[in-house]
Structure formats: C-alpha cells, structure tokens
Design a protein around this ligand. Structure first.
Ligand SMILES: Nc1ncnc2c1ncn2[C@@H]1O[C@H](COP(=O)(O)OP(=O)(O)OP(=O)(O)O)[C@@H](O)[C@H]1O
Length: 499
C-alpha cells in the first residue's frame, strides 16, 4: 500500500503545516454549521502539500460530499449537470449541507474553457451548499473572475522540519532504522512537497530496512522536467548568485536548451522593460559563448555562458517579483514539433506517390501544387486518393473540405462497375486466347513423340555423333518450316499457360 494513502491525514488537524489557513477553514465550517452560508473557499498552492487531503477532511464535517475534477469534465453542460443542479436544490438533501469539491479548477483549458469557467462562476452564484475549489496556480487567468467571489486561502509548501518530523514518525511505525541525516535530506529535497517526500522515502525503504544518507544521495528522485523548471525558477526568482549557480548546475539538460527556456520565460516574469533588455543582453552573451564552445570544441566556454544566462539574468532585475509565473516551454519547440508533423505528412505522401508513379520524392513534392488544383474536383480528389491510398490527414493536405459522402458512394459504385466490366473484358480475351491455341496444341502433340523417340536413345548410347544425328531427323522429317513453327507457338503459349 502506498504510504501516501496509508498515512493520509483523516482530520484537519492531522494535515501538517498551514496552521493559520486550517484555523480559517475551521471557522468557515463552524459558520456553515451554525446556518450562516459562507463564500466558497478557494485553496491554492503547489502540488503535494495536502489541498485535496484537507478538502476530504473538511468533507467529513458535512453529511455528504460530491467531488468533481474540473479539468476532466470541461464542458459547461457537464459541470452544470453534475454539480450545478445539486448545488441549487437543497431540498434533495433536506436541511443537511452537501459539500461540493471542485478540484483542479485552473486545469481547464482550450477553447471550451470559457464554458467551464462560466459554469463554475454560475455554480458559485447559485450554490446553496458549501463549495471548495482547489487550484495550483494563483495567477492562472482562469481564476481571475473566480477569485473575486471566493475566500482565497493561499497554502504554503510544507516546511522541511515538518516533513522531517512526519518521516521520523513513519520510520518508527514501519520499523525502519533511519539515519536522521538521511531523513533530513529527503525532507530537504522534497522542497515542500509532502507527497514527493513520502514516495521517495517508501521507494528507498523498499530496498532495505536501514536507511543511510548515501541511499538518499544516490537517488535522483526528480525527473528532468522538474529539475529544469526548478533551475529556471531559481534564475528568475532569485538574486542570490550562489543559489542560481547551484541550481543550474543540478540541471541535467543540454545548457542551450536551458537558455531557450530562460529566454522564453524572462518576459513572463520580468515586467520592467530595462530589466528585460538587460536580461536579453546577458542571454545574447551566453549564446555567444555557447557558439564559441561549439566551434572551438572548447567546452570551458560553457562556464561563462552559464554565468551569463544564470547570474546575469538573475541580476538583471532590481528586486524579486512577488508573483507566480508559470514556466512555459519555449515556443520554438512547439513550432518545431508542428513543422516536424507537417514534414512527416509530406514525406508520407511523397513516399506513396513515388511508389505508385515511380518518381523520386522531390519530384513528387514538386507536384503538390498541381495536386491541390486537381483536388478541387471532388471526383478526381476521390480517384487520386483511392489510387494513392491516401489517409484522411493526407487528403487534407490538398483540400480542406472533406470529399462529400454522396461523391464517395457514387465513385465507389463506379469503381465496382468498372471492375466488373474489366473482368468481363479480360474473360473474353482469355477465352479467345485459349480457343486460338487449340490447333497449335494439337500440332505440338503430334510432333513431340517423333523428336523424343529419336533423340533420347542416341544421346545415351553414342554421345559423340549427337550433332549430326540430332540434325538429321529434324531435316528429314520436320523440315525447316516446321522447325520454326513450334518456336513461334511456344512464344505465344507462355502467356497462355500462365493463365
Ligand atoms: N500537509 C500534509 N500533511 C500530511 N500529509 C500530506 C500533506 N500534504 C500531502 N500529504 C500526503 O501527500 C498525499 C497527497 O496530497 P494531496 O493530494 O492532498 O496534495 P495536493 O496538494 O492536493 O496535491 P495536488 O495539487 O497535486 O492535487 C496525501 O495523501 C498525504 O499522504
């Protein structure tokens, strides 16, 4: 059993950390119980600090609860029908309150989003029941309208000593002899994420009942994604050169990739134009040194590059911004992957064309503009696609509109008719060929015994005079014209017997 489940707090008190927030939550519950409806609670904070656990502990104080992951069921209709109705109709539950938990409220994205956010706003407006919303990113745009209607509780990361304390308790319960420094190290590395600490501890403890500091140090418990994100956050959020340098050193990624990330995220974090300019000047210098390292193969230049993109960028701001900016992947990569998708599609089509038409890839690609014109015609589009065996996305390359169903049915019918007609025609040809062959077959049948009888015994007995004797019977009995005739008929018969 996972320790996160086994040791999941059951009451609000058992949830470690965030004392002030827990107090406010208790007051909120008490008010509801006293019959004073309260604003919805919005719990915001980083992952793994116990927001969902808290919501479940709160749920125990109410008669019933319903939980919905807002990012799973995005559409307005679904959210409204699952939560919207039950939030309005108090009669369903008598006088009892039913707690509604909406998790991952900031996870709703895409174009349908507005529907989702609108629905949540609608629920907040009409809800007669206690409502708890959970989100990770306080600055998410999706929360802009929602935040104003809620009591916002910003939940902090769990402090490292608090995590350490819980780990010690668990070690005792599980009978693990753990070096205190090892537990401290797990707590430190978790960076406030209790879930991550518990998972790491359990993973190491699975290997042995004795836990040493080296066991923890040898585990790379963070994936590269979180490490690269941590490194960039440190550059943007810190002004301490040592911290910046250390955290960049931990990033196990291509440093030029890290630079791309920093470049993409600078203007998202810094808002002062002068600071942004300075940051980009440092990035330009970093880029220069990466270039030098590549050309000269002297990777000692990386150190300078790293200092410019790390300490240089960090120091470009006057002060640390008191806001939370989501680190995003450089757009250059999303663009590149989109282009890669396009290139793959192009190559797939070219491959099919070159196979069928016996042309090179580049010639096939050069024909694309003409195909686009040909594809404007529904019938032709269908015929070409059918011939080249194009998939739907490949057809889309040449025409945006789908080939109408009516046209497809018509063309398929036509193809079947043609196939039938061709079969008939071919059968006729075959019939004719076979009938034509009848007299020739008879002639060969008559000649064969004569040739075989005379040649075979003579080859076996007297091999030397073969040439003379072999020639003789042909000249005498078959004659020159007859000798040529079977040759001709043999040519014809190749196709005949093939059938
Ligand atoms: N403050 C805490 N005290 C004790 N245990 C905790 C705490 N935070 C997290 N945990 C442990 O981690 C597990 C996961 O926590 P939970 O799902 O509540 O975090 P969360 O903040 O809701 O994360 P996410 O934002 O990813 O949903 C819990 O089941 C519990 O075992």
């Amino acid at each position: 059993m996972l320790w996160t489940k086994k040791y999941q707090p059951q009451t609000i008190d058992e949830v470690a950390g965030n004392g002030k927030e827990k107090k406010k939550i208790q007051e909120w519950i008490d008010q509801w119980k006293a019959g004073n409806p309260q604003k919805p609670l919005l719990l915001v904070g980083p992952p793994g600090i116990g927001k969902t656990t808290l919501a479940h502990a709160i749920a125990k104080e109410f008669s019933e609860f319903i939980e919905l992951n807002a990012s799973d069921k995005r559409s307005q209709d679904i959210i409204m029908s699952t939560v919207g109705e039950s939030s309005e109709t108090s009669s369903l539950f008598g006088d009892e309150y039913k707690l509604i938990i909406l998790d991952e409220v900031d996870g709703i994205h895409g174009t349908n989003d507005r529907g989702g956010v609108k629905a949540i706003n609608q629920i907040i407006k009409t809800a007669k029941h206690p409502l708890i919303l959970i989100a990770n990113d306080f600055y998410s745009k999706r929360l802009t309208t929602i935040k104003t209607k809620c009591d916002v509780l910003k939940m902090a990361r769990v402090r490292s000593p608090t995590i350490n304390k819980l780990l010690r308790e668990i070690a005792k319960k599980e009978g693990i002899t753990a070096n205190p420094d090892a537990l401290k190290e797990i707590a430190r590395r978790a960076n406030g994420d209790m879930r991550s600490a518990l998972n790491t501890f359990q993973a190491i403890a699975n290997e042995s009942d004795v836990l040493e500091l080296e066991d923890v140090e040898s585990v790379n418990n963070k994936d590269t994604r979180s490490t690269i994100f941590d490194g960039i956050t440190r550059v943007l959020k810190s002004k301490n050169p040592r911290h910046v340098k250390e955290s960049l050193r931990e990033v196990e990624e291509d440093p030029t990739l890290v630079m791309e990330y920093i470049a993409e995220n600078v203007p998202r974090e810094y808002s002062d134009k002068k600071e942004i300019k300075k940051a980009y000047e440092n990035l330009a210098k970093a880029d220069l040194y990466f270039g030098r390292a590549n050309h000269s193969r002297n990777y000692g230049y990386w150190k300078y590059a790293s200092d410019f993109m790390g300490i240089g960028v960090a120091d470009s701001k006057k002060e640390t911004y008191k806001k939370f900016s989501r680190i995003v992947t450089p757009t250059i990569f999303t663009k590149m992957s989109k282009n890669r998708g396009k290139r793959n599609l192009r190559d797939r089509i070219a491959e099919k064309m070159s196979e069928k038409l016996h042309i090179s890839h580049s010639v096939a690609i050069s024909m694309f503009p003409y195909l686009e014109i040909m594809f404007e015609n529904n019938e032709l589009a269908w015929e070409i696609s059918d011939y080249l065996e194009l998939e739907e996305d490949e057809i889309k390359r040449f025409r945006k509109r789908k080939i109408p169903k009516k046209v497809i049915t018509k063309m398929e019918k036509l193809k079947n008719e043609r196939r039938e007609a061709e079969k008939e025609k071919r059968n006729e040809e075959l019939k004719k060929q076979m009938l034509d062959a009848i007299p020739e077959v008879e002639e060969i049948a008559e000649e064969e015994p004569v040739v075989e009888e005379e040649i075979i015994p003579e080859i076996e007995e007297t091999p030397e005079p073969i040439e003379e004797e072999k020639g003789e019977p042909v000249k005498e009995e078959v004659g020159e014209t007859k000798k040529e005739e079977p040759k001709k008929s043999k040519d014809k018969q190749v196709s005949l017997f093939d059938f």
